[in-house]
Design a protein around this ligand. Structure first.
Ligand SMILES: C[S@@+](CC[C@H](N)C(=O)[O-])C[C@H]1O[C@@H](n2cnc3c(N)ncnc32)[C@H](O)[C@@H]1O
Length: 498
């Protein structure tokens, strides 16, 4: 059956420009990925009759892959399939594919194609809370690759789901939340989803809903970028998750990873304790792919307070240079202060050599654009994918720039300061540097955040040792006068992570 679907899908793809599909958030799953997803389900409900939902079904490849698997294991099973699809261009292909599939098993397959918006057709309460609507449709299995489309905050689908929306909504997570709501108790859904939801404030409300009402049982990661949609070259990192609708936490999460979507033969498997995958107040989802990474999470989680709880905070640089041309200067002079960019962070220190930017200086006139010249740890907000470390930081020493009372920082750096704006002592400054410059923190941050950006909210959520220990680490760094990662690793493990 799948071969037929693939042929039809390929023909559709050949005749439909990618730009047009992109506007609809339409990217098709490869046959290998569809089969793999179908394999992720437990078939314990398939002895008799099962209901399946495929929201945003495209050409129906996921439904057919799953039906093929069920019927090869349980040839007597009767299947009721519901597909939601709104695109008039793809609908004829979906109809023909499902008619063909039914023709192969006329007594086993019943299907219905709902040619309507999956979210908005689940209830009428668009300004209320669809996730609380009464008598929702429930399904035994849900399989989906939802549309990847940002929508406005006042989009009817976003208004209908205030419980999971915070900031910029994207249809993919509205679909995932709605699907969890549409699942029978203890039933499973398998979803392709971008990795972005696993951390960050935008997705906190969604994570809270998903991980309270449901529990992750399996995560599949594609180790190299953009492979899941095969020829589709989607610019988001994706993952596959299997979620069960239950309040009971499983002991472990199975984390599998493969190098490409076409070859699931090279799969690696890891069983990680649930608490090392879903952790912290903000329910971040960590994606370890080795025993070593699980150990990293466990080590960091030995502490329970965060930088802000220890009186310290990562903040974002103040100057948005392209909005402040009037205040920027090319040369030093009277009432002119050094402006620091990420290029100035080098070998664990902060210098003010020419950065290669046109404007390395800023006038001192606007108090909102400048900050006190005092101890800080600077960290780059953006690093390149191929760079070895995600966390790249340097100690900023005010004594190197004695002649200035104030300085400027561009907003592409973050800096650690005291929460109340008073000055960190030198030992604490070096202690914070040692933590951020260590292999442990760099690994932890990569497991948490697949992107190349260093987000201050996330750093402020990482568990850290208590302030007195951070200070002690700094004292030892100062004694050794060695800012290398090896030295930071050694000292933090002796003082705080023995
Ligand atoms: C990422 S594609 C995936 C298609 C298919 N499931 C697959 O895996 O190949 C998402 C599909 O959802 C459809 N879609 C977009 N918005 C929708 C909505 N509000 N309700 C139902 N379907 C929608 C798109 O037309 C598109 O075909």
């Amino acid at each position: 059956m799948l071969d037929h679907i693939i042929k039809q899908t390929t023909e559709f793809l050949e005749n439909m420009p990618k730009s047009k599909r992109k506007k609809k958030g339409q990217f098709f799953t490869s046959v290998e990925t569809a089969r793999f997803m179908a394999e992720m389900f437990e078939l314990n409900k398939c002895h008799d009759h099962v209901s399946i939902l495929d929201p945003g079904s495209g050409t129906g490849i996921l439904s057919v892959a799953f039906i093929e698997r069920i019927l090869s294991a349980y040839p007597e099973c009767v299947i009721s399939l519901t597909c939601y699809e709104t695109d008039p261009d793809v609908l004829p292909v979906l109809k023909s594919n499902l008619a063909y599939t039914k023709s192969q098993y006329p007594n086993q397959i019943n299907y219905c194609i709902a040619e309507e918006d999956y979210i908005l057709s689940q209830g009428n309460d668009f300004d209320g809370n669809l996730l609380a609507s009464e008598n929702p449709k429930k399904y035994d299995y849900i399989i989906a690759n939802p549309p990847y489309l940002r929508v406005m905050r006042d989009h009817p689908s976003a208004l209908a789901m205030p419980k999971v929306v915070h900031g910029a909504p994207n249809l993919y997570f509205l679909f995932a939340a709605m699907s969890l709501f549409n699942l029978e108790k203890n039933a499973e859904m398998v979803y392709i989803i971008p990795r972005s939801w696993t951390s960050g404030a935008y997705f906190k409300a969604f994570r809270e809903y998903l991980l309270t009402e449901g529990k992750i049982e399996q995560i599949h990661l594609f180790v190299s970028r953009d492979k899941v949609f095969n020829a589709e070259e989607v610019l988001q990192e994706t993952m596959i998750i299997k979620i069960r609708r239950t309040e009971c936490k499983p002991k472990e999460v199975l984390i599998t990873s493969s190098n490409s979507c076409n070859d699931f033969a090279d799969i690696t498997k890891l069983r990680a304790p649930y608490d090392s995958v879903v952790s912290g107040e903000d329910l971040y989802v960590y994606l370890p792919t080795s025993e070593e990474e699980i150990e990293v999470i466990k080590k960091i989680n030995t502490y329970h307070s965060t930088l802000p709880e220890e009186g310290l905070k990562m903040k974002t640089g103040i100057v948005v240079d392209f909005r402040q041309w009037d205040e920027l200067r090319k040369e030093p002079g009277d009432h002119i202060l050094p402006l620091f960019y990420s290029q100035h962070i080098r070998n664990g220190r902060v210098n003010h050599q020419p950065s290669g930017k046109e404007y390395d200086w800023i006038i001192d006139e606007k108090p909102g654009l400048i900050q006190k010249n005092k101890n800080y740890v600077f960290i780059k907000r953006f690093t390149a994918k191929e760079e070895r470390r995600r966390l790249q930081c340097g100690v900023y020493s005010p004594s190197d720039f004695k002649e200035y009372k104030f300085i400027g920082t561009q907003n592409k750096i973050n800096f650690v300061d005291r929460v109340d704006g008073s000055e960190m002592d030198a030992q604490t400054t070096y202690g914070v540097y040692a933590l951020l410059n260590s292999t442990l923190f760099d690994m932890y941050y990569r497991i948490l955040n697949g992107s190349t950006q260093v987000n201050s909210t996330e750093i402020n959520n990482i568990p850290v040792p208590p302030a007195y220990m951070i200070k002690k680490i700094g004292e030892q760094i100062l004694v050794t006068d060695d800012l290398s990662t090896d030295n930071c690793d050694r000292i933090i493990s002796e003082v705080a992570y023995a």
